[in-house]
Design a protein around this ligand. Structure first.
Ligand code: FES
Length: 313
């Protein structure tokens, strides 16, 4: 798995329970380029790997900035980041990947964020502003104190709309926001599950190529029925996938160095080419057309509809 060693240059408090982490190479050299919407994996203590969106402008080549909300009820990644990463800490990261790309030539872009979902959209806003393309941002959070970057974004002007559940501004009306957008606009959403569901409902009648979203959590349960065989094309090895396990479980159990991060079908790290067979897709990364094409699959959560899957591994 390709990794880059970086040092935490600065930790900043961006809101209640939200810290941002500025990461640079120890020698100050440029980092791999990225596009707005991209995320990186942080390799944390105890073998934890977690993906976080890059929130700084893509024109910045010397640093990556991620913002992490402490999730007390989460799987431990955010707690590990908050407790263990300090200015000066060295850590390994994965290179940027982007499953939430910005369509830079859109006539208008509507950016919709909930809570810490603001992070990739902040990078998109910076890119659109740099290109001089029209955009608007709708950003909802439970409280202003918990909304990272709220002051900075509000200062950008009237195209920024903030909504706080505990304030008179009230809740975001996604259906009205979508209806009011100029014809041909592209829509982007990142936030909690309930917001993404409302976003999907509000944009259901629009062409899929103008609707873009990124999830924090798995939408579907992993395929654990097992009962099929994975053939690794590069070595010819065949691994049976037993009930209750995933393909990735089997790969790791057999010492195969397969890339992975979230293990929930949301980050795309484990995307693998399918050479033969039919996957049972359970991820939130591939679009409908990509699923139907069956050319790749996420091995951390997807299974098989055919008795054998031949994979490019
Ligand atoms: S490891 Fe994240 S999608 Fe599979």
């Amino acid at each position: 798995m390709e990794t880059i060693v970086v040092r935490v240059e600065a930790v900043r408090r961006e809101a209640q329970h939200v810290h941002s982490y500025e990461l640079r190479r120890p020698d100050g050299a440029a980092l791999p380029p990225f596009q707005a919407g991209a995320h990186i994996d942080l390799h944390l203590a105890g073998g934890l790997v977690r993906s976080y969106s890059l929130t700084n402008a893509q024109t910045e080549r010397q640093r990556y900035v991620v913002a992490v909300a402490l999730d007390a009820g989460g799987r431990g990644g955010s707690r590990c980041v908050h407790e263990r990463l300090h200015a000066g800490t060295l850590l390994s990261i994965g290179p940027p990947r982007n499953h939430f790309p910005l369509h830079e030539d859109a006539g208008h872009s509507v950016l919709i964020a909930g809570g810490i979902g603001i992070t990739p959209l902040r990078a998109m806003q910076a890119r659109l502003a740099q290109l001089g393309r029209p955009w608007e941002l709708h950003y909802g959070a439970r409280t202003r104190a918990g909304a990272a970057f709220a002051d900075e974004l509000q200062a950008l002007g009237a195209q920024v709309h903030l909504y706080f559940s505990d304030a008179a501004s009230g809740r975001m009306d996604l259906a009205r926001t979508v209806q009011a957008a100029p014809a041909g606009a592209h829509f982007y959403c990142c936030g909690p599950q309930a917001m993404l569901q409302a976003f999907e409902a509000a944009t259901a009648a629009l062409p899929a190529e103008r609707v873009h979203l990124e999830r924090f959590a798995a939408q579907q349960a992993p395929a654990l029925d097992g009962g099929f065989v994975v053939e690794l094309a590069r070595s010819g090895r065949c691994l049976p996938v037993a009930p209750g396990t995933t393909i990735l479980d089997q790969l790791l159990a057999h010492g195969i160095d397969a890339p992975y991060s979230c293990m929930q079908g949301i980050c795309g790290a484990c995307e693998t080419r399918v050479l033969e067979g039919v996957p049972e897709h359970r991820d939130s990364v591939l679009g409908e057309a990509e699923r139907a094409g069956n050319r790749t699959m996420m091995v951390c959560c997807s299974g098989a509809r055919s008795p054998v899957l031949r994979l490019d591994l």
